[in-house]
Design a protein around this ligand. Structure first.
Ligand code: IPM
Ligand code: MN
Length: 366
């Protein structure tokens, strides 16, 4: 397969984790003979430095003409500490999501047995957790009208039925392949936009009665997520609630550095880890590359390369089981970002004996 990938390393640890993801892609291309054509582009603070803008039309054009997009991270403390600055790195990512219509962001949350002890939450609570956050990504308070005077400011949260319907339908389709259960997270006791979400999701639920739909307020959801996370399978929610809940949910898994994500629109897709630019770790070779590498695995799976995705997941499992992980997961003897990448590269390319399943054996004896 030939695949054109726009690679946007961005800021902070973005570039160094993407180096490891590209190493993993290299292993896959060597093993299977696929050709990944990479176009590097600027976004975020790096783009402001060079072009004065957090994203340029050129980057957007390259993204549009590629089969998919791999993104590192955006953000720089230089901007966080100055509320007066008008041009910010994050605007690049938001503009890209909006421009490409990437309304459906999926963030899988699952626990690894070996990492249960890394989470500060009791192991019995988080064993076998496996759910997906469906976060709307192109509307809501992130994109509504904003205003600021000397002493006052507002951000408005806007939604239309069309976009809620689109992401909800994707959640229903996924639910049908999973546990047939969706939990809508909102604040319908207070917010008008949440009432529109509830009304819209109820209409879809009426037509899809094989899927069980629960409704929960965001304040309760943020408690339930740490108290009883196994009750969830698909959490469907708006842009801001999804942003907050996904960072919270990462605590269950042991590290924010582990979480992958994919964002879909009607025409484009973008793969990025959930973690941000983590400026404190920049250039130290300590950042966890697995969030990005698992995003690559999701990408290959969604492009129909199931075996390839399986091999990446198997290598990641192997690294976790052997403790070949970065310091966020491994307090005793941790590995560097590049050591984890090297291990995965070798593990993917390693020749293994075919494991004959019991049933295969019986068949071949007959
Ligand atoms: C995320 C990030 C972004 C967001 C920032 C970098 C704009 O936190 O993808 O979760 O808030 O959406
Ligand atoms: Mn976030």
């Amino acid at each position: 397969m030939v695949m054109k990938i726009a690679v946007l390393p961005g800021d902070g640890i973005g570039p160094e984790i993407l180096v490891q993801s590209l190493k993993v892609l290299k292993a896959i291309s060597l093993k299977f003979g696929h050709k990944f054509i990479i176009s590097n582009c600027l976004i975020g603070a790096e783009s402001i430095k060079k072009n004065g803008l957090p994203i340029t039309q050129e980057t957007i054009n390259i993204c549009k003409s590629s089969d998919t997009i791999l993104l590192g991270a955006v953000g720089d403390p230089l901007y966080d500490n100055d509320p007066q600055i008008k041009i910010r790195p994050e605007q690049g990512l938001l503009e890209l999501r909006k421009h490409l219509g990437l309304y459906c962001n999926m963030r899988p949350i699952k626990t690894y047995k070996k990492l249960l002890k890394v989470s500060p939450i009791k192991q019995s609570f988080i064993k076998n957790v496996n759910f997906v956050i469906f976060r709307e990504l192109t509307s809501g308070i992130y994109f509504g009208k904003k205003w600021r005077s000397q002493d006052e400011a507002y951000d408005t949260c806007t939604y239309n039925k069309d976009i809620i319907k689109k992401i909800a339908i994707k959640a229903f389709e996924t639910a049908r392949q999973r546990k047939k259960k969706i939990t809508l997270v909102d604040k319908a006791n207070v917010l008008e936009t949440s009432r529109l979400w509830r009304e819209t999701v109820k209409e879809i639920a009426q037509k899809n009665q094989d899927i069980k739909v629960d409704y929960i307020f965001i304040d309760n959801a943020s408690m339930q997520i740490v108290l009883k996370p196994r009750q969830f399978d698909i959490l469907l929610t708006d842009n801001m609630f999804g942003d907050i809940l996904s960072d919270e949910a990462s605590v269950i898994t042991g590290s924010l550095g582990l979480l992958p994500s994919v964002s879909f629109g009607d025409h484009y897709s973008l793969y990025e880890p959930v973690h941000g630019s983590f400026p404190q770790a920049k250039g130290k070779n300590i950042a966890n590359p697995l969030g990005s590498i698992l995003s690559v695995s999701l990408m290959l799976e969604n492009f129909g390369l199931k075996k390839e995705s399986f091999l990446i997941n198997r290598a990641v499992n192997e690294s976790i089981n052997l403790g070949i992980t970065t310091q966020d997961l491994n307090t005793k003897k941790s590995c560097t970002t590049s050591e984890v990448g090297e291990f995965l590269f070798t593990s993917i390319l390693k020749k293994r004996k075919r494991i004959i399943k019991k049933n295969d054996n019986i068949k071949s004896k007959k």
